[in-house]
Design a protein around this ligand. Structure first.
Ligand code: DCP
Ligand code: MG
Length: 438
């Protein structure tokens, strides 16, 4: 590779921006492997429910009564004890899968039954939210000890501003990235992947280039070679709908997008999105790494074990609905927020989704108020069809007692709809399977 030729910098010149995106590898699965190291290298998928400690021990004692099992023996559990995907029945989906499992074509959001056909021998484990949260905090605090400017983007990813961190410019950031990777592995036992680039947009793409346990350094002059061949969908902010429309115009790659005139893009995608598309295709993104962020909404949702009908399953549906409202109210109170917009989300048995919301004249964190308003929203949708998923959301948040205006919202870009702090920063993740995580 040709080294970049740089003139000696004037001492007062600002350093070139170097932004890192760090994403933990197969996060929920890696967390389980810490507990069960005997599963290392095997196909493991996470999904199907929550972990309950006592269950595992009780079943162990039942299966191997001759042995004495205690909490510390989890690494001694024989492989044949673990449930296999092949025996799964139900409607759960995969939350994540180890890289060994991904070789069989299984991955996030795929139905467990479908995955069982591809990789029946995979071990199926539930999520341990407490442990996931603990490791999430641990890896983030490890980063903060090394690099102070970090933006929390969800349970397993962050942006880090390398620009002014000692060592942050060496080899384009590789030296610092290596140090962070090593420190996180020492602290948690889990690997991560890091992309370092001139901005967040490119760093986010770059962290995927060498997954797992990889580092990827991208320079401004790499745009044509490394970024332009990628499909438009890789741009954080180009969702499935925009992508489909782009494809309709014969635009498949970021390079093809860059070749379009900005005027043409604005004409077909509107002023703001069109301009943004042009900028990102040329690798331009000035967003700072934001160390504090406020949620713009909080939500809870649930997928039913079987599709429910509003009339025939009225009692069950009503109870779930009330519980969701109570959970959202709890979330709001726990974090000290109140909101003005109350909304619902429904997914029908054919996977079609609808949302409705209403904005009331005061801020609330009250479960009964949320329930009443959400109930009114429910009256505005078609209830003659079977329902697969139900969700409740409270938006337009404020933190009473801190400031009067709405909480400072943020969004990944001007075109994307506002996201909650717990949303992941790629579009596939706008429906996080476990919104209660953050
Ligand atoms: N997750 C979730 N719902 C989704 C997608 C992911 O709850 N729809 C959870 C499980 C993942 C974690 O969030 O372990 C992080 O998501 P990533 O997309 O970063 O996926 P992984 O970390 O599992 O894998 P990778 O190595 O590709 O980053
Ligand atoms: Mg990850």
């Amino acid at each position: 590779m040709l080294g970049a030729v740089t003139a000696p910098a004037h001492p007062t010149d600002p350093l070139p921006r170097r932004i890192a995106h760090l994403d933990m590898d197969a996060f929920f699965a890696s967390v389980e492997l810490l507990r069960y190291p005997q599963l290392k290298g095997l196909p493991v998928v996470i999904g199907g429910g929550r972990r309950r400690d006592d269950d595992v021990l009780a079943r162990l004692r039942e299966t191997y009564p001759e042995r004495d099992w205690s909490d510390g023996d989890l690494s001694r559990i024989p492989l044949d004890f673990f449930p296999r995907l092949a025996s799964y029945t139900g409607r759960g989906v995969i939350t994540t899968a180890t890289y060994a499992a991904r070789q069989f074509g299984v991955g996030s959001a795929m139905g467990l039954m479908k995955a069982a056909k591809l990789c029946p021998q995979a071990i199926l484990l539930p999520v341990d939210f407490d442990e996931v949260r603990r490791i999430s905090r641990l890896f983030k605090s490890t980063i903060l000890e090394i690099a102070p400017v970090m933006e929390d983007r969800g349970v397993d990813e962050v942006y880090i501003d390398f620009t002014d961190v000692p060592g942050g410019q060496r080899e384009g950031g590789r030296v610092l990235a290596r140090l962070i990777q090593k420190s996180i592995f020492q602290a948690t036992g889990i690997t991560c992947s890091i992309g370092v680039a001139p901005n967040k947009l490119i760093a986010k793409m770059a962290s995927e280039f060498n997954k797992p346990n990889g580092i990827s350094i991208v320079w401004p002059e790499d745009l044509q070679e490394k970024i332009w061949p990628l499909p438009c969908r890789k741009v954080n902010g180009v969702g499935p709908k925009a992508d489909q429309k782009l494809q309709g115009y014969g635009i498949h790659t970021i390079g093809e997008l860059a070749a379009r005139e900005p005027g043409w893009l604005i004409e077909h995608f509107g002023k703001s999105y069109g301009r943004w598309l042009h900028a990102v295709s040329w690798g331009r993104d000035d967003r700072p790494v934001v160390t504090e962020s406020e949620p713009v909404s909080m939500s809870r949702e649930t997928t039913f074990e079987r599709d429910l009908h509003a009339v025939r399953d009225r009692t069950e549906l009503g109870a779930v609905f009330t519980r969701l409202c109570e959970q959202v109210a709890d979330d709001l109170r726990r974090k000290g927020y109140a909101g003005k917009t109350i909304g619902i989300k429904l997914r029908y048995d054919n996977f079609q989704s609808v949302t409705r919301d209403v904005t009331i004249d005061h801020f609330t964190d009250d479960a009964a108020t949320i329930r009443r308003q959400a109930g009114l929203c429910l009256k505005r949708v078609d209830l003659s069809r079977r329902i697969r998923l139900l969700g409740v959301r409270v938006g337009k948040l404020v933190k009473p007692g801190t400031e009067d205006g709405p909480a400072a919202g943020y969004s990944e870009n001007t075109a994307a709809k506002p996201r909650t702090a717990k949303d992941k920063s790629t579009d596939e993740h706008t429906d996080l399977l476990f919104p209660e995580l953050d």
